[in-house]
Design a protein around this ligand. Structure first.
Ligand SMILES: *Cc1c(COP(=O)(O)O)cnc(C)c1O
Length: 366
């Protein structure tokens, strides 16, 4: 195979930061690549492809409906547009028509996060009007209930490490408030791992990113109850056209998902077993104190949290800058670099790359 790093003079990247869109998210498994190639070189009735892959996935997940879309972000906009239009084709053509007056989407303030783009931008792209509930540090079921009016179309909940976790109502609590007022709950669980959990909770509309935990090609999944999934599909006649997914990625994602449901993500124990020797090697690097930490959102993901000593010649920000400036460029989780902490996420890092990271750090901190 051609070395496209060479052909196009591209920077080679080691991704120790996690499932990051700016780095290309995931490595796609071989079975999904084969499905993508099949899709690339064959024709389908696209409606048939969308309907049948969706039905196959819905059956596997034990839910009423599913549709593969081009990203979780597109799924947010299309699901919101579908709920505002309530199945009206007219709405799909004119999603912002004043004829549709129920377009308020209630979102806990601490969940109106920027994951690369703000939640509110995707909600409003679908014709929604964001109404924040609660405060920066808390949101209760009563805070949500207070904001419900005749114009409310749905309640929106973001399950993510990006969101405020403390004093936040739970998903079942949000669901209870929504259903008490005959409103659907839309759940953005883009980077989560367990799809069936949300089916079991009875969430109406769930969004997953195709390329994060599931490690599919660029794609997203909207699943849950009817009529919401059917209404989401209708958006291909409207705003969904600008978010079209290719046939190759529909097949690639569906295959990646089935592979993921059958095999699961790397277990926490397996990840820890790979992490232990890496942490030990990092602790040999001068000026670094290293320990294992679990993911802030409680997912079974374990990372090396490296504290750069105050006496170090380079502080944490300088170390991450130097790691990125090398060849290959090493990307870490730098959210806490201002506190002197750098995290390494090894989900997409192999042994040879871990050795290289240790060697680079020894050079930088010598
Ligand atoms: C990544 C992410 C998204 C977007 O997923 P895409 O498939 O890249 O559009 C949405 N919401 C949250 C919370 C995310 O982490």
């Amino acid at each position: 195979m051609s070395d496209y790093y060479k052909t196009y003079d591209l920077k080679h990247v080691i991704n120790a930061s996690g499932k990051m869109t700016i780095l290309g998210v995931s490595k796609v498994p071989e079975v999904a690549i084969q499905a993508q190639q099949f899709g690339d070189t064959h024709f389908f009735e696209i409606k048939d492809l969308v309907d049948k892959t969706g039905a196959y996935i819905a059956k596997k997940l034990g839910t009423e409906g599913a549709v593969v879309v081009n990203s979780a972000s597109a799924g947010i906009a299309e699901a919101v547009a579908g709920i505002i239009g309530q199945g009206s084709k007219y709405h799909a053509y004119h999603p912002f028509s004043p004829r549709f007056t129920k377009r308020e989407i209630i979102l806990p303030k601490g969940q109106n996060v920027d994951y690369g783009t703000p939640e509110e931008v995707m909600i409003e792209l679908g014709g929604g009007q964001v109404v924040e509930a609660g405060y920066a540090n808390m949101c209760t079921p009563e805070h949500i209930e207070m904001m419900i009016t005749e114009q409310t179309a749905a309640i929106f909940y973001v399950k993510s490490h990006h969101a405020v976790q403390k004093s936040m109502l739970t998903i079942p609590e949000a669901l209870e408030v929504a259903h008490k007022h005959d409103l659907p709950l839309i759940l953005d669980a883009a980077a989560e791992e367990d799809l069936k959990k949300y089916v079991d909770l009875g969430v109406d509309v769930v969004l997953f990113s195709g390329a994060k935990a599931i490690e599919g090609p660029a794609s997203g999944l909207v699943f849950g109850k009817e009529p919401y999934i059917g209404w989401t599909k209708l958006q291909s006649l409207g705003i969904g056209r600008a978010m079209k997914i290719g046939k190759e990625n529909i097949l690639g994602f569906t295959t990646a998902l089935i592979h993921y449901l059958d095999n699961g993500p790397e277990s926490g124990d397996a990840m820890k077993a790979r992490l232990h020797p890496f942490v030990a090697a990092l602790n040999e690097v001068p000026h670094l104190n290293v320990k294992e930490v679990q993911d802030g959102a409680g997912r079974p993901i374990f990372r090396a949290a490296v504290t750069v000593e105050a006496t170090s010649p380079n502080n944490a920000k300088q170390v991450t800058a130097e790691l990125k400036a090398g060849d290959p460029a090493i990307y870490t989780r730098e959210y806490r670099a201002n506190e002197g902490i750098i995290e390494f996420d090894i989900r997409a890092v192999d042994q040879a790359e871990m050795d290289l990271i240790v060697t680079r750090l020894k050079e930088i901190l010598a």
